[in-house]
Design a protein around this ligand. Structure first.
Ligand code: SF4
Length: 441
């Protein structure tokens, strides 16, 4: 029985995919182990979204190369780098890679691994499928906790010019709602209290005319699951009905991630984001009209090719106008194969990008603090996810409906329970308070 060790880089979809890989391999009688030392095969499930993610993996492969000297350990690269850099990975003599498999080829892994023992077979499969959703592979070894991630669709048709996902993960395809519901029912029976529905463009979910609002309603009928979240959405796919479903269903959390990326129309157009500044603000107004309490978070890229100071100023103004609860802010990082890499020179100086990211982070800190402080005095329903915090074992940690971290004193409650917490203090990153009562859920 071969022993397999797997390391995962990048996003939640990759974490989920690693669970799929483990399930596929277990079914084929491989043994999954927690340490590289005794492994016959090491799998690196990689990410290609940013350059530093790639560099990390190359560094890791070189370190493993030294560890495996003299042993027969094989190395396989999975995930987005596999699709994006197949040639480079296999043909570089300094990289000791034995096989590679793209995100749609994981069912072929046993075959690829066994092929290593039989010369003359292909040692790679990076074919992108129009159909593969792994609907028939439920990850069975998820880490226990309160939240389970579940992929409901895969791929993306949007072709934002800075993004490799459509090239590394192929076109959009959705799982049948009944199949998703069945997995969610199983997760409830395993003790999970929350599910997060995953997809590269999750709210464009569509299975034979049944859309994301339909799926949310269906999943919210599963007993035992008390909270439903989803990521990552695109602003273009929020019809009013979906916003109403989010607001109306108590289990669907009141948090919307709305990646802005940039606040200037020319840059948005170059990014192929398909909305304008005005349309984005109208959507924010609509969301807040339907539910004024909705927590709004975003992603922003600074220093996209040709972005001028004045255009960056539009992003600042958008941030001031919306006042997000939190934001992930990145410097533009050119990704090979993308339209931006082919058409737009990465011409904003690094120092300028740094200045812009520092400025936006400062603004966001102020907004996060302001919005968090506005909760002081309120009572929030909190799902306990950790029975201590990084800094103290005298405190528990949980999240409120809006996904904000809430810290409170340790007590006679446990992970997975719901408690009402009266908020008494706030920083830009957390809310603090004390438990008023334990909820029966
Ligand atoms: S919607 Fe998201 S995943 Fe799809 S191309 Fe744009 S950034 Fe990439």
């Amino acid at each position: 029985m071969k022993k397999i060790y797997i390391e995962t880089y990048g996003c939640q979809m990759n974490e989920y995919d690693s669970e799929i890989v483990k399930t596929v391999l277990k079914k084929s009688n491989y043994e999954l182990i927690d340490s590289l030392d005794d492994a016959d095969v090491v799998l690196l499930n990689t990410c290609s979204v940013r350059d530093n993610a790639n560099r990390k993996v190359y560094g890791r492969i070189h370190r493993i190369k030294h560890q495996r000297n003299g042993r027969g350990m094989k190395i396989g690269v999975l995930g987005c780098m596999a699709t994006n850099f197949r040639k480079k990975l296999l043909e570089n003599p300094s990289l000791p890679i034995d096989f590679i498999a793209g995100p749609d080829s994981y069912k072929r892994l046993p075959e690829l691994i066994e092929g290593l023992d039989n010369e003359g077979k292909d040692h790679f499969d990076v074919t992108l499928s129009e159909f593969e959703t792994y609907a028939d592979v439920y990850p069975t070894s998820r880490e226990k906790g309160v939240n389970a991630w579940i992929a409901v669709m895969r791929g993306c048709n949007n072709f934002c010019t800075f993004c490799v996902v459509p090239y590394t993960r192929g076109r959009e395809r959705s799982r049948a709602p009944e199949n998703v519901k069945e997995e969610v029912e199983w997760l409830a029976s395993e003790g999970f209290r929350q599910v997060t529905l995953l997809g590269q463009n999750v709210n464009s979910y569509n299975y034979e005319g049944r859309d994301f609002a339909y799926l949310l309603e269906m999943v919210s009928r599963v007993d035992g699951i008390e909270r439903i979240r989803f990521t990552a959405p695109h602003p273009k796919d929020f019809p009013r009905r979906l916003l109403q479903v989010i607001a109306a269903h108590p289990k669907v959390c009141n948090q919307v991630h709305l990646p802005l990326q940039a606040g200037n129309d020319r840059i948005l157009d170059m990014m192929n984001r398909t909305y304008t500044q005005k349309e984005y603000l109208l959507l924010v107004d609509e969301i807040r009209e339907i539910n004024p309490e909705m927590v709004l978070t975003t992603d922003i890229i600074v220093g996209f090719p040709t972005e001028t100071d004045a255009e960056f100023g539009d992003t600042v103004r958008m941030m001031e106008e919306v006042e997000f609860d939190s934001a992930f802010i990145f410097k533009y990082s050119e990704r090979p194969q993308t339209v931006a890499a082919r058409k737009f020179p990465d011409d904003v100086p690094e120092a300028e990008k740094t200045e812009r990211i520092v400025r936006l982070n400062e603004i966001q800190r102020e907004h996060s603090l302001k919005r968090n402080r506005a909760h002081i005095g309120e009572v929030h329903e909190v799902l306990i996810d950790e029975e201590n915090t990084k800094k103290s074992d005298e405190h528990f940690k949980g999240r409120n409906d809006g996904n904000k971290i809430v810290i409170f004193s340790k007590g006679n409650y446990r992970q997975g329970q719901f408690v009402d917490v009266k908020i008494s203090d706030a920083t830009p990153n957390v809310l603090r308070g004390e438990v008023e009562r334990v909820l029966e859920k």
